[in-house]
Design a protein around this ligand. Structure first.
Ligand SMILES: [Zn+2]
Ligand SMILES: [Zn+2]
Length: 367
């Protein structure tokens, strides 16, 4: 079977024949249907947020359960399932109090190893190969822990389930959960790829009066207006007078940062887009070595603003994905529009080049 493998940072993914072991206890073997080209995999390629190498890439996706190991009780053979980039063990303190996005079981996801420390994939000459995010969706088949999959109903198209597994819940949750948008709010979404566009849709569902989409790419600004944005700006600087005018100088209630690669100097200007008591939601991944933020501290404290770190949109996938699909079925969350282009696994590097060129909201690999 074929998979896209990253051997060395800053090199293209290579398509190669790989081997896969059988499911062990509480593991599930999947045939991948669709895999999303999430930016986080590219953060691994660039080394901004590195995982152990070599690794089969991909952590966003949906597939069919082909076999299950001993003790699997969450899914059965034949189920359609989506992958969960972060696990929900259901047993730890954080799962117990509803903050499943910081489940204790997610500590070792970047090792690419199975729960027992071994590796599911092997190269054609028998060397060990990790699975990115312990998922490895850029492969025709993959092996994952049962706490990393969620069964979904078949009326949801598999490519929609694939992009929902990471991009949609992250963006939607950033708006509806992390930013806590209320009716009549003004919201700014900075960066409108797949995650940012899901935040735009979430802001619309949550009842925001003004939704300002900020993106340098004209195509993305046009799409944002179709998906719920009320206004657009090409940059944070350009958004400043617009938000000021829209809010009669009160400024926005929240700003959600969903740019491709975050740098600390963006936080200060974005914090000035929100007014008193406003929320700055940090969803984007920054280079892991970067630890400096420029923030006007007196203004930030005196205006009682909030800086909120966000993983998976602070969602609880086992409950929130059901809500997202209810909105999709009702025609209120046009998730089909997020999937701009479909690629073959062989063309995955073209897909990532297209992401960098800004021509996709989300590209997906169809297996
Ligand atoms: Zn992702
Ligand atoms: Zn847990």
């Amino acid at each position: 079977m074929k998979a896209a493998v990253l051997h060395t940072a800053n090199q293209p993914l290579t398509i190669e024949d790989v081997g896969l072991t059988k499911p062990g206890p509480r593991e599930v073997l999947l045939r991948t249907a669709f895999a999303g080209l999430c930016h986080s995999d590219d953060h691994n390629v660039t080394g901004d947020f590195p995982a152990a190498l070599p690794v089969v890439g991909g952590h966003e996706g949906a597939g069919i359960v082909m076999a299950v190991g001993e003790g699997v009780d969450r899914v059965a053979v034949g189920d359609s399932v989506m992958l969960l980039p972060l696990p929900t063990c259901g047993k730890c303190r954080y799962c117990a109090d509803g903050r499943t996005y910081i489940c204790d079981a997610n500590l070792d996801v970047m090792t690419g190893a199975r729960a027992d420390g071994s590796f599911a994939f092997t190269t054609h000459d028998g060397r060990q190969l990790g699975a990115y995010g312990q998922l490895g969706t850029f492969s025709e088949y993959t092996l994952v822990q049962q706490i990393r999959v969620l069964r979904y109903e078949r009326d949801i198209p598999p490519q929609v389930a694939a992009v929902t597994s990471c991009g949609v819940i992250t963006g939607y949750g950033s708006a509806v959960r992390a930013a806590g948008i209320r009716d009549g709010d003004t919201v700014v979404v900075v960066g409108t790829g797949g995650v940012g566009m899901s935040a735009v849709m979430g802001a619309a569902i949550a009842g925001a009066a003004n939704i300002v989409a900020v993106d340098p790419v004209a195509f993305k600004r046009e799409q944002a207006l179709k998906l719920g944005a009320t206004h657009t700006a090409a940059s944070v600087e350009e958004a400043q007078p617009l938000v000021s005018e829209l809010t009669r100088n009160r400024m926005a209630d929240s700003a959600i940062i969903t740019v491709g690669v975050l740098h600390g100097e963006l936080i200060g200007p974005v914090s000035r887009l929100v007014g008193k008591g406003g929320n700055v939601v940090v969803t984007s991944v920054a280079p892991v070595t970067e630890n400096t933020v420029a923030l006007p501290l007196v203004e930030f404290a005196m205006s009682a603003k909030n800086l909120i770190g966000v993983v998976m949109g602070l969602t609880r996938p086992l409950a929130d994905i059901d809500r997202i699909y209810a909105l999709y079925r009702a025609g209120r969350l046009p998730l089909d529009e997020l999937v701009t282009r479909t690629y073959k696994l062989d063309d995955i590097n073209t897909g990532y080049e297209d992401m960098h060129r800004g021509v996709n909201l989300r590209g997906v690999i169809a297996f």
